[in-house]
Ligand binder design. Structure first.
Ligand SMILES: [Fe+2]
Length: 435
């Protein structure tokens, strides 16, 4: 690997990377096979996690019928919350403890899958809630061992949560978004049926699609694994290892697919080829970022989503203001990549080309603008908010936004260029409005 100049070995840097992925089943009709998947894993009684909206759609019936046919007893928990909280996680955990299940199935977007991961964790290895929450907000204790089998069935082409060991939630009393991260949380199997996305509103496809795109380009431009200090022992090598030759493969393909299909998938719900390919891109990007990690746009998104005042996009629950995850990420991305480009201009330039830019002869110092310009043209074509101003923020909000983003050190340290609070303020200023 030392032949590739992005992965030059350094005196104290790591020389080893690992690849951890869920077993994957992908394709139209895959959901009908979930009962046999559960039986293969030896499951006799499972909890099926979903949310109140999905509980009314036919996909839950498909899963329930498949489990019944396979002779697997199932009980449904349909109260998983969009944008889960520590409170909603704990409610789901109580259900998991009381039901005495031998396995879990999640059917939904990232919020449902993350809720199921937490319920599996705390019912398998009971502990006070803060025990496994990322430090410094929680104790950041390692998970003591394996969890029960979890089959994750995503219904949006976005988070890639079915392939990662991360569960994100709002810590209510601390007023901050954080998470639990452990390889043990990674679902045992991902059953990915792209037909679940055919009925999604355009705005949901756009937001989740830009989450996919940003997973791919952030992982691709993340600090290389060989620049992170060698761990004291293999057990403490972080899950987010930094960019590596394996994650590059998934990122490059996911960028090519999002460049070709994201706008089509948003603009035409009947373009099933585009929606299928976006689901595949989400899976590839999920595997990639689960092993490498994302950086500045996701770090900045925590406060963009957390401090939202009155933004209410079409296609989402209308009971309270919400900035959907993918939107909260992509509104920062063009400005963030203008900042990071000098650290690895060739990756920014190549990323823009994979996304469809046809500008060929661009100097290193213009590579950030090239990538930003490509992202902005895709945002315009899909009616995404025009920067953080488009979701309700003004210049006077920037100090608060910086404070929340700077707390996401786990993500910021993955940036290829080191970043301080002043840099974050400059990036947020650049992100107020793009066109
Ligand atoms: Fe994300």
């Amino acid at each position: 690997m030392s032949c590739c100049h992005y992965y030059q070995f350094t005196e104290h840097g790591d020389t080893v990377f690992s690849v951890d992925i869920s077993a994957i089943k992908f394709g139209p009709g895959a959901l009908q096979e979930v009962g046999e998947d559960a039986r293969d894993l030896g499951l006799k009684r499972v909890a099926v996690f979903t949310d109140p909206i999905l509980a009314k759609l036919p996909y839950l019936q498909t899963v329930s019928a498949s489990l019944l046919q396979a002779g697997v007893d199932a009980e449904v928990y349909s109260q998983a919350r969009v944008e889960p909280t520590d409170k909603s996680f704990q409610d789901a955990c109580r259900f998991a403890v009381e039901g005495k299940f031998d396995g879990f199935i999640s059917l939904g977007g990232g919020s449902v899958i993350d809720t199921c991961k937490a319920a599996n964790l705390y019912s398998t290895w009971p502990a006070s809630f803060e025990t496994y929450v990322n430090a410094p907000l929680g104790a950041g204790q390692p998970v003591p061992g394996a969890l029960k089998p979890h089959i994750a069935c995503p219904t949006t082409s976005g988070t890639g949560s079915e392939c990662t060991g991360i569960a994100v939630f709002d810590y209510l009393e601390m007023k901050v978004k954080t998470g639990i991260a452990s390889r043990a949380l990674r679902p045992t199997r991902a059953v990915i049926d792209p037909t679940c996305t055919y009925t999604l509103p355009a705005n949901v496809v756009a937001a989740s699609g830009f989450d996919v795109l940003s997973h791919a380009i952030e992982s691709y431009t993340a600090m290389p694994f060989s620049q992170r200090n060698k761990p004291a022992s293999p057990a403490v090598r972080p899950m987010s290892q930094g960019a590596n030759p394996y994650s590059d493969l998934g990122c490059e393909k996911a960028l090519e697919l999002t460049g070709r299909y994201l706008v089509r998938a948003v603009q035409d719900a009947n373009d099933h080829q585009a929606r299928d390919q976006m689901m595949f891109a989400a899976t590839l990007a999920g595997i990639a970022f689960g092993n490498s990690g994302v950086h500045i746009p996701h770090g900045m998104a925590y406060s963009v989503a957390g401090l939202v005042r009155d933004f209410q996009p079409a296609g989402y629950p209308d009971d309270e203001p919400i900035c959907p995850h993918g939107m909260s990420v992509i509104v920062n991305a063009p400005a963030a990549f203008r900042f990071t480009a000098s650290a690895c201009p060739e990756r920014h330039r190549h990323g823009a080309r994979l996304l469809g830019s046809d500008e060929m002869d661009v100097d290193d110092h213009e590579s950030g603008n090239l990538l930003a310009g490509q992202l902005i043209s895709m945002m315009k074509a899909t009616d995404m908010p025009n920067g953080i101003g488009g979701v309700g923020y003004e210049e006077r909000d920037i100090p608060h936004l910086v404070e929340g983003a700077y707390a996401q050190k786990r993500l910021l340290q993955q940036s290829p260029r080191s970043i301080g609070q002043d840099d974050l303020a400059v990036i947020y200023e650049d992100a107020v409005r793009y066109w």
